[in-house]
Design a protein around this ligand. Structure first.
Ligand SMILES: [Mg+2]
Length: 129
């Protein structure tokens, strides 16, 4: 099995770098996107295996990214088997419910999860363990 590719949509550069280093140590390739538009663009360009998606981001937020994917038939089909894991500090039940009903497979509250736990969650979604 080749190296799995994570598309990491996170606008905070330091946070993004922190996760990137941790995920690379965990054996993944990481493609960074720093706003919602970049997430959409890179999801179209690269053969990614999983998306980690922040909500609060410039240009398009994580909610808009989910809506855009649902509206774009080609992209929707491309990402049919690509799990989307929200990675956010938004934690109110309505936000979580919105994401889970609109294409996300999981919702990770950033503050509660260390990178190693997130890797475990990623591997579970990719059926790697
Ligand atoms: Mg953010």
């Amino acid at each position: 099995m080749g190296q799995k590719i994570i598309l990491l949509g996170e606008d905070d550069m330091e946070v993004s770098e922190m996760y990137k280093i941790a995920f690379e140590k965990g054996g993944f390739r990481v493609i960074q996107a720093f706003n919602g538009e970049e997430v959409i663009k890179k999801a179209k360009e690269e053969a990614i295996d999983i998306i980690l998606l922040d909500i609060n981001m410039p240009k398009k937020d994580g909610f808009d990214v989910l809506k855009d994917i649902a509206k774009d038939e080609t992209l929707y089909i491309t990402l049919k088997n690509v799990p989307i894991l929200m990675l956010s500090n938004y934690s109110n039940p309505q936000d979580i419910e919105f994401c889970m009903k609109n294409g996300a497979q999981d919702f990770i509250i950033k503050a509660e999860w260390d990178p190693d736990s997130i890797i475990k969650r990623i591997k579970r979604h990719l059926k790697m363990e």
